[in-house]
Ligand binder design. Structure first.
Ligand SMILES: Cc1ncc(COP(=O)(O)O)c(C=O)c1O
Length: 374
């Protein structure tokens, strides 16, 4: 009988062979073009000071939540923070989860039932896919941002149908035609769920504005990206809030976020409301990058967001381009298959409000020189 060791060795060797063996890397002191800290909140001493003040000001001084939300881990402070987040996003309710992964897992695994239908954009985040897989619903994917393909799948839908999209795709940085998708979903009496993980920040409280809010069944927002802290929430109706605390297993069977994490989220939201300058700086850095980079045979994904991608052809090529950029002092990371489809391996470049003009010019000059030489 084969042993687990043999199995593990074989799988890891296969990874090495395929050129996609994963390793962990500690901070390297290079110029950050890869983190999701789009507005610099995670490194902001000013926000840190405000968070410290907030933590010191409230009565719950425990270091940990001490239990799940349904047992000892809940507090008035957490519920008030949820109401605050909900009001900022124009939602009836917000339910905090420990991470975006947990939020999508809990939502998609608990809501659709056997016989229902989940339709996912083919580039949906792994957490959406994993949640949908855990449900017993029928699952379909539609071609990325493609209305015809979505309609084809909507025609196949049975019982209650949920359609999942992202307002900014995590690995491509592009935005779907949300209004048209919402219209189509409404036409087929289906229910739209939008993951706004990478839209909150650059687009204030996200891309689901007042006009769209009535057409969206639920939203997922995360706090570990532009907000610079940790955790996530599902936005939706009060009824959905009650459903999820009863049925979402990734909410029920886990220790709640500690009080200081909730205080960080609340303070980061207050800070975001006053961060117009940072958002403008990020927007102008995105424009500077787009204007300066020459799309010389390398396919640049069309994106207006902080996520910009150079598409390459293989894991080896993505690693070679990343190494060239890293040797110039730029922290970019290759995104390899199977994280992205084979043949669309890439360098995922994240722009930030704190990147200087010189840093962006160094990045684009290096990309342009490199692509010239290829
Ligand atoms: C679109 C999207 N949804 C959800 C998540 C998961 O969020 P978190 O990192 O908070 O688990 C991510 C993060 O990678 C993401 O990109």
């Amino acid at each position: 009988m084969a042993s687990p060791k043999e199995f593990i060795d074989k799988k890891l060797q296969q990874r090495q062979f395929d050129g996609n063996y994963r390793t962990l890397k500690a901070e390297n002191g290079l110029i950050d073009f890869c983190s999701n800290d789009y507005l610099g909140f995670a490194r902001s001493p000013a926000l840190r000071k405000l968070i410290d003040e907030e933590i010191n000001s409230f009565a719950n001084t425990k270091n940990g939540a001490t239990g799940s939300r349904l047992l000892s881990g809940n507090s008035m402070y957490t519920e008030e923070t949820e109401q605050y987040i909900a009001s900022l996003h124009g939602s009836e309710s917000a339910l905090i989860f420990n991470s975006g992964y947990d939020a999508n897992l809990g939502l998609f695994s608990s809501l659709p039932q056997r016989g229902d239908t989940i339709i996912l954009d083919e580039l949906a985040h792994a957490s959406i896919i994993d949640g949908a897989r855990l449900s017993f619903a029928n699952r379909y994917t539609f071609k990325h941002n493609d209305l015809t393909s979505l309609e084809d799948k909507l025609k196949l839908a049975k019982c209650i149908c949920y359609v999942a999209i992202e307002s900014v795709y995590s690995m491509d940085g592009d935005t779907p035609p949300i209004t048209e998708i919402a219209r189509l979903v409404e036409k087929y009496d289906a229910n739209l769920i939008v993951d706004e993980a990478h839209a909150v920040g650059l687009y204030g409280f996200g891309l689901i504005d007042k006009d769209l809010q009535g057409k969206v069944f639920a939203r997922v927002i995360t706090f570990g990206k532009a907000l610079g802290c940790h955790g996530a929430a599902v936005l939706g109706s009060n009824l959905l809030w009650q459903y999820l605390i009863n049925f979402a297993r990734s909410f029920i069977y886990t220790t709640a976020l500690p009080p200081h994490a909730v205080a960080s989220v609340k303070t980061a939201y207050q800070y975001l409301r006053k961060s117009g300058n940072e958002i403008e700086k990020l927007k102008s850095n995105i424009q500077l990058f787009k204007q300066s980079v020459v799309n010389n045979g390398y396919r640049l994904i069309n994106s207006e967001s902080a996520i910009q991608c150079l598409l390459l052809n293989s894991n080896e090529q993505a690693k070679a381009v990343a190494a060239t950029l890293q040797n110039t002092g730029l922290d970019v990371r290759p995104i390899l298959s199977p994280t992205v489809p084979t043949g669309s391996e890439r360098i995922r470049i994240c722009l930030h409000s704190f990147n200087t003009e010189q840093e962006i010019t160094l990045l684009t000059d290096t990309i342009n020189r490199f692509t010239d030489a290829e």
